[in-house]
Each structure stands twice: as structure tokens, then as C-alpha cells.
Design a protein around this ligand. Structure first.
Ligand code: PGA
Length: 267
């Protein structure tokens, strides 16, 4: 297995000085790991100052959103073209963007295209709502989100990207991420298997093996090792728990320990 990928999505939290303080604390606590890639996704406002403060041996940056046109009369927009020197990744199609900001499948497709065109790696979020799961529509929802999201990509672009499986019902409200909300490893296994099979059928074996798939939804340090045991899971998209330097560094640490354990097993 390659590096584990841990992405902290700070959502709409922390002003510039609070974000700088959190980064400072994380840099104190998290050593340089060769087997875990740690990505921080602060608000658009703080990407620039954090990029100056960031220890690039330890962290990379992701934006939480961008607009698909490179420049023009789009008041309030920030484009992928503007972000290309600043970030490695952009999160695209997060359920909060889909639900609160009304982003539809077509817009998300355009954003993935703009992201790749600007040499930024997309983190495409997919996942079903509680209602959709109860109606037995999980696979259909994943199918539709993958069909549109990956529509214009080549197999090698898919191989290089990241897909985050985030069941909407498992995403915390930012304060309560107890295990009450967390998906079961078996449910994650089924969804991840479906995503890899889709990529294999539509693209090729290599893309299916190499595309990195994250689990997101109420991730806390205690579940890290159990979820890394799920076949095909390469890491986590962490929301609420990434705002606290104790819990986020514990998630990174647990990922590193799991990697070491699995290396010893295969030695
Ligand atoms: P959560 O958020 O970890 O707070 O559930 C995950 C996400 O929305 O990316």
C-alpha cells in the first residue's frame, strides 16, 4: 500500500489568527512521516497566509471549493487557476456544497475538469443521504455521482485523483461526532468495493487499483485502525475532529502506527 492520506477539512471555521495558531500546534505535534500524507484544508481566506507558515515536509494544502471558469465577471468567485500555485488538492462536490450551495452533477463535472486542467488533484466527494440508503438507492447514487464526476477524465487522471466516500448521514454537525453516526466498516467496504469496480469497468484495472479512496464521516482516532483494515480504504477526510490538534494528530499517529503494523506483517 502507498501512503495513507489524511485530509483535515476545517470547513467554515477559524479566522486567520485562529487558523495560524492551529497550524502552529499541529506543526509542533506532528513529525515528518514518510508513510502518511497530511493535507490541511482551511478556509479560502487563510490559504495564503498558511502557505507561508506551512512546513512543506509535513503538510500539503487543499482548498474546500473553487469555481470552474478561470477568470471573469463572477462576483465572489475564486478559480482553480488562481489556486494552482497554492494548493495540491481541491475538495469538490462535498455534500454541504451540493445541499447548501445547490451544486448539481453538471457543475461538479465542470469543476473536476477545471481542477485537472489546472494541474490540481481533485478530491471528489460522493455518498448517499439517509433517505437514499433506506430506499436501497446507495449504489445508484454512487453510480450517478461517479458517472458525471469522472465523465471527462482519462484513466490516468482517475488513477491520480482522490475519491472520498462520505455517507451524508454519517457527517457530524461539527460538535457531536460520537460513534452513533459512524458508518459500519461493512457498509464502507461495500461502497468502496462498488467505487473500485465502477472505475475498473469504465476506465481500467490500473486506475481502479491506484485511485485513492478515503472514508469521511465522524472520523475520530478510535476508528482509524479498524477502518484502515477495510480493503481499499486509503485514508480519511476528517471534519470536526480536524479542528482540535489533539484529535487530529492522534488520527495521523494512529494511521502511521497502522502502516508500521502492516509493514511488519508483510516483512
Ligand atoms: P465530520 O466531517 O468528520 O465532522 O463528520 C467530515 C466531512 O464533512 O468532510
Amino acid at each position: 500500500m502507498g501512503k495513507i492520506l489524511v485530509v483535515g477539512n476545517w470547513k467554515m471555521h477559524l479566522n486567520a489568527s485562529q487558523a495560524s495558531l492551529l497550524l502552529h500546534r499541529l506543526q509542533e505535534r506532528i513529525p515528518i512521516y514518510k508513510d502518511v500524507e497530511v493535507v490541511l484544508s482551511p478556509s479560502m481566506l487563510t490559504l495564503q497566509p498558511l502557505s507561508v507558515q506551512l512546513d512543506r515536509r509535513k503538510f500539503r494544502l487543499a482548498a474546500q471549493n473553487a469555481y470552474f471558469v478561470d477568470e471573469g465577471p463572477f462576483t465572489g468567485g475564486v478559480s482553480f487557476a488562481m489556486l494552482r500555485e497554492l494548493v495540491h488538492y481541491v475538495i469538490i462536490g462535498h455534500s454541504e456544497r451540493r445541499r447548501v450551495f445547490g451544486e448539481d452533477l453538471e457543475m461538479i463535472k465542470q469543476k473536476i475538469g477545471a481542477c485537472v486542467r489546472n494541474d490540481i488533484t481533485p478530491i471528489l466527494c460522493v455518498g448517499e443521504t439517509k433517505h437514499e440508503r433506506e430506499q436501497g438507492e446507495t449504489k445508484q447514487v454512487l453510480h450517478d455521482q461517479l458517472l458525471s464526476g469522472l465523465a471527462n477524465l482519462t484513466p490516468s487522471e482517475v488513477a491520480d485523483m482522490v475519491i472520498a466516500y462520505e455517507p451524508v448521514w454519517a457527517i457530524s454537525d461539527g460538535t457531536n461526532f460520537t460513534d452513533h453516526f459512524i458508518a459500519k466498516p461493512q457498509q464502507v467496504a461495500e461502497a468502496v468495493d462498488y467505487i473500485r469496480r465502477y472505475v475498473r469497468d469504465v476506465f481500467n484495472d490500473k486506475a481502479s487499483r491506484e485511485v485513492r479512496i478515503l472514508y469521511g464521516g465522524s472520523v475520530v482516532p478510535e476508528i482509524v485502525q479498524g477502518f484502515l483494515d477495510v480493503p481499499g480504504v486509503d485514508g480519511f477526510l476528517v471534519g470536526g475532529a480536524s479542528l482540535n490538534y489533539h484529535t487530529f494528530s492522534a488520527i495521523v499517529q494512529a494511521s502511521h502506527s497502522w502502516q508500521r503494523g502492516s509493514e511488519e506483517e508483510h516483512a
